[in-house]
Design a protein around this ligand. Structure first.
Ligand code: MCA
Ligand code: AMP
Length: 523
């Protein structure tokens, strides 16, 4: 990694006076973060690539980078700034810089193919893209075609004396999520939304400046961005990034005595259990003792199999805390930090989150009956970018967000029991069957297809594609190779089946339940 050269503090003309708490709520949560950074200036904020960076370095470098982004302007005025960066210090500097300069942060998955980047850059009408020397060659060509300004991370500029004040209701971030539409949608969250999402977790899970968390998750989704990074930085705690998931390296890091917290998707816990089981007994005992000293381990983004929870408990003596969330709302429901963590359940609403379970007519269901989860609160996103009709349809007339997830409330806790069959959760990623089908249909030789998720203990669901083929002109390998230029790896089906026809109902619609059964009975 290139070296980070923090400016001398004396060069910084304070652009903010320390505000009182009322002003924070009006002016937004970036000021809150800045204030925390000043309070904990000598604490380690980020650890990445075996280097540690203080809050002071983060603050100075991000204000400097904000000046570079502003390029003489007073305020980016909600220009969209995409960034393609590996998890690490530069990622955080750029995120904070965008927020301080008044832009909207659009983090992209560095592992996604250029076609996926192109879609987001065009859809969000991105003005600036920040990337690192690793990705610059590919990104520059695309950016020049789309007339987007490219800025390289790690560069510095003359410090702008006054960075803009950012009101709490301004948009802060757009994350792309796959759902019931074929094309991914940009979820717009304001500064106030992000603050509410993170504060609820800081309070519920008792974050403090003495915490250190390992972050192994991708940095283009809520789990890695809000639950881990933002909560840590709001608390004066330390966030240690790992470049990629590797069980041995991760377990070694988790066994460091300074580490207090860990959060991950169920697939990661499954893989850690499998790795631990493969070790000899002395090594197992050593790792179990190391893991036992953490104060909290959280699982979420997909249903945690009770078998994984139990195995993890045998290994570490920790009962994983399972919680439920969504890109549009952050976290909504959580098992308690102190109190019973019930296997197979997601717990109770987090502070500040209002919740209802309703039937198809939007009437509240009785206790013990299943219903769709509706959510209201300052955590709920502002809109889908540039999609007023879809945004409108996502809310009830009195402002409740319709999650699409079905739950029941039983014996004091919520439990998820289902969701739309066109939404697949695999490895913690939310995937749209419709999006994958649309890409498959554009492959020469595939005349039609149906995509479903089939249950799998390790991945939650596997992406399975039934193909109707014109002739036999391609192999599975050729198809996967072609798909890898169109979709990120986790969206590419791992189970294929050739069918003569797809199961359809009287209206001609593919019956996903039946298709699922076909796969389940033939695997
Ligand atoms: C990869 N492989 C898969 C899948 N992904 N096989 C089946 N299904 C999949 N989904 C295969 C690859 O083809 C490859 O096979 C091998 O696994 C290793 O691939 P790789 O990409 O290196 O996988 P990995 O690094 O081991 O990744 C597994 C992972 C990753 C770490 C669990 O999927 C991950 O980071 N998931 C987290 C996603 C996340 O953060 N979601 C949060 C969304 P071969 O070796 O044969 O080539 S936010 C959210 O959901 C809400 C807000 C919430 O509640 O949190
Ligand atoms: P995303 O769009 O990536 O934010 O994914 C959100 C979806 O993940 C939710 O709508 C749920 O379907 C699912 N999800 C998140 N946490 C859990 C959980 N603990 N149990 C079951 N499903 C979950």
């Amino acid at each position: 990694m290139h070296s980070l050269q923090p400016l001398a503090l004396s060069r910084i003309k304070p652009s903010y006076s320390v505000p009182n708490s009322i002003l924070w709520s009006i002016l937004g949560f970036m000021l809150y973060l800045i204030n925390q950074a000043k309070l904990y200036s000598n604490n380690i904020a980020i650890i990445a690539d075996d280097k540690a960076y203080t809050y002071q370095q983060l603050l100075i470098s991000s204000q400097n980078f904000a000046s570079l982004l502003l390029n003489g302007a007073k305020d980016l005025n909600q220009k969209r700034v995409a960034f393609v960066l590996p998890p690490g210090m530069d990622y955080v500097i750029v995120q904070w810089a965008i927020w301080q300069a008044g832009g909207i942060a659009v983090p992209l998955n560095p592992k996604a193919p250029l076609d996926s980047h192109r879609y987001v850059l065009e859809d969000a009408a991105v003005d600036i893209i920040v990337t690192s020397p690793i990705y610059i060659a590919d990104i520059e060509a695309l950016a020049s075609e789309l007339k987007i300004r490219v800025v390289t991370s790690g560069m510095s500029a003359e410090l702008t004396p006054d960075l803009p004040d950012i009101a709490a209701d301004r948009a802060a971030m757009i994350l792309y999520t796959s759902g019931t539409t074929a094309a991914p949608k940009g979820v717009v969250s304001t500064h106030e939304n992000i603050e509410a999402q993170a504060k609820a977790l800081v309070e519920a899970w008792e974050w403090s400046a003495t915490d250190r968390i390992i972050n192994v998750l991708p940095m283009h989704h809520i789990h890695g961005i809000i639950n881990i990074l933002t909560c840590a930085l709001m608390s004066g705690a330390s966030c240690e990034f790992m470049a990629r998931f590797e069980p041995k390296v991760l377990l070694d890091k988790l066994c460091q005595p300074e580490v207090t917290l860990f959060m991950a998707v169920p697939t990661i816990y499954y893989k850690l259990v499998a790795y631990w089981e493969s070790l000899d007994q002395p090594e197992q005992i050593k790792i179990s003792a190391g893991l036992n000293t953490l104060r909290l381990m959280v699982s979420g983004s997909a249903a945690l199999p009770v078998s994984t929870l139990e195995k993890w408990k045998n290994i570490t003596s920790h009962t994983l805390l399972e919680r439920y969330g969504m890109t549009e709302i952050g976290m909504a429901i959580s098992n308690p930090y102190i109190g019973e963590r019930r296997p197979g359940h997601i717990g109770l609403p987090l502070p500040g989150v209002e919740l209802r379970l309703v039937d198809e007519e939007m009437h509240d269901v009785q206790i013990g009956e299943q219903g769709e989860i509706l959510v209201k609160g300052p955590n709920v996103f502002k809109e889908y970018w540039n999609k007023p009709e879809i945004t409108h349809a996502a809310f009830t007339s009195d402002g409740w967000f319709k999650t699409g997830d079905i739950a029941i409330f039983k014996e004091g806790y919520y439990k998820i029991i289902g969701r739309n069959l066109d939404i697949i959760k695999s490895g913690g990623y939310k995937l749209s069957a419709l999006e994958i089908e649309e890409v498959l249909r554009s492959y020469p030789g595939i005349s039609d297809c149906g995509v479903v998720g089939i249950p799998d203990e390790e991945w939650g669901e596997l992406v399975a594609a039934a193909l109707i083929i014109d002739g036999d002109s391609f192999t599975e390998r050729e198809l996967i190779l072609w798909l890898s230029n169109k979709l990120p790896r986790y969206k590419i089906p791992t189970v294929f089946k050739k069918l003569r026809e797809l199961p359809r109902n009287a209206m001609g619609k593919v019956v996903k339940n039946e298709l699922k059964e076909i796969f389940i009975h033939s695997v």
